[in-house]
Design a protein around this ligand. Structure first.
Ligand code: F6R
Length: 361
């Protein structure tokens, strides 16, 4: 049942405020400015001994894991990174007893992720799952973890599950941070930020008519570049994946800092750039990147917290805490991908050549 929406993608994008509310519910502990995650199976002493965190997933879940790694480094100060599960599996990885492994999957059935978990467990590693589907293969195989509580996701293209997975990582990062060196004041600041998310998501969803107009104007592009820095880079990667999956427009994501090392050669009036421009310590750097693109007559669509003079168009999103901004900045670009695909008459819920869960190698 699509509940009055024309596609599951639209329905699922529209459900994100409730979905985020659900992943937060019952987990916040105001007394200690932390969160409790019931199924983690990680004692405080064990959490303190973790030296590294390695996050494994595929596609959108891998991108959510990249933002998750950033959150863990920022809030818990544990070195963390994300890697596609299949790459990890085939490079004979060094499995280290002081590393905590985290497998991310909406379906909990993605073969490459499951096989990576099994290989890790065979080598004695501790593996947590960040999974949406309760009781799925990866959830059962992991030593513990947390459910994402996004609710069923039917559209092949993942939207609400991406957002909820990133929120689940924020909770994990806060939990680990408060066992380690994150202060009460910072814990409180992040909790207040988390509580603002559902209302801010609703504000973003209300701008859909403007995003629809923008999408129609950019839909004639043959190719688009997505750029961001640090917190914004995985947002750019996910937005680029979303656009190509559902609209079939070629899109590529780059760290903004890498522009001059190659992709600037592509810039001309027919190749637009989508720039993720949060109001944080890298604002000036991002503005400089937009200037370089403008100097080559490139068109720019910015996603930002305030109007960007260098951009041709700006989608304004509400500001949260710097660490949590990536959660919100991806949402207008889900709508952008959706409306681009709609304008091009694509089969939105079932893009060609793709399946909802990839249970083969
Ligand atoms: C993108 C998408 C895929 C999945 C990937 C992993 O919109 O849906 O990239 O994210 O196949 O699937 P899960 O999360 O089920 O392991």
């Amino acid at each position: 049942d699509m509940g009055g929406h024309d596609t599951y993608m639209h329905k699922e994008i529209s459900e994100q405020a409730e979905a985020v509310d659900r992943v937060l519910r019952g987990r916040i502990d105001d007394r200690f400015s932390t969160v409790h995650l019931g199924g983690l199976n990680l004692e405080p002493g064990e959490a303190r001994r973790v030296r590294r965190i390695k996050i494994l997933g595929c596609g959108t879940s891998y991108h959510a894991g990249q933002i998750g790694a950033g959150l863990i480094e920022e809030l818990a100060r544990i070195p963390a990174d994300a890697e596609p599960a299949s790459e990890f599996r085939y490079r004979n990885p060094v499995v280290d007893p002081d590393t905590l492994y985290v497998a991310v999957s909406q379906s909990g059935e993605t073969y490459d992720v499951l096989a990576a978990v099994q290989e890790l467990k065979r080598k004695g590693a501790r593996v947590l799952g960040v999974v949406n589907v309760v009781g799925s293969a990866i959830a059962r195989e992991a030593d513990g973890g947390t459910y994402v509580h996004a609710g069923p996701e039917v559209c092949v293209v993942s939207t609400k599950c991406f957002t909820n997975t990133v929120v689940a990582f924020a909770l994990l990062a806060l939990h680990l941070g408060r066992i380690r060196d994150l202060s009460v004041a910072d814990g409180k600041r992040i909790i207040e930020g988390l509580r603002r998310l559902p209302g801010q998501i609703d504000e973003i969803l209300k701008t859909e008519p403007e995003i629809k107009q923008l999408a129609r104007r950019y839909a004639d592009a043959k190719s688009m570049l997505f750029i961001g820095r640090v917190r914004g880079y995985p947002v750019a990667r996910e937005a680029s994946l979303k656009l190509k999956e559902v609209s079939y427009i070629h899109a590529e994501a780059y760290p903004a800092s890498e522009l001059k090392h190659g992709p600037l050669a592509l810039i001309d009036p027919s190749m637009p750039t989508v720039a993720i421009v949060p109001d944080d310590d890298l604002l000036e750097k991002n503005r400089a990147a937009m200037e370089e693109i403008k100097a080559r007559s490139g068109r720019i669509l910015a996603v930002a917290h305030q109007p960007q003079e260098k951009a041709d168009d700006t989608i304004i999103v509400p500001k949260n805490e710097n660490e949590l901004d990536p959660i919100l900045m991806g949402i207008p670009l889900q709508l952008f991908a959706y409306h681009t695909a709609l304008a091009l008459g694509r089969d939105i819920d079932k893009p060609r050549n793709l399946a909802k869960s990839v249970t083969v190698e």
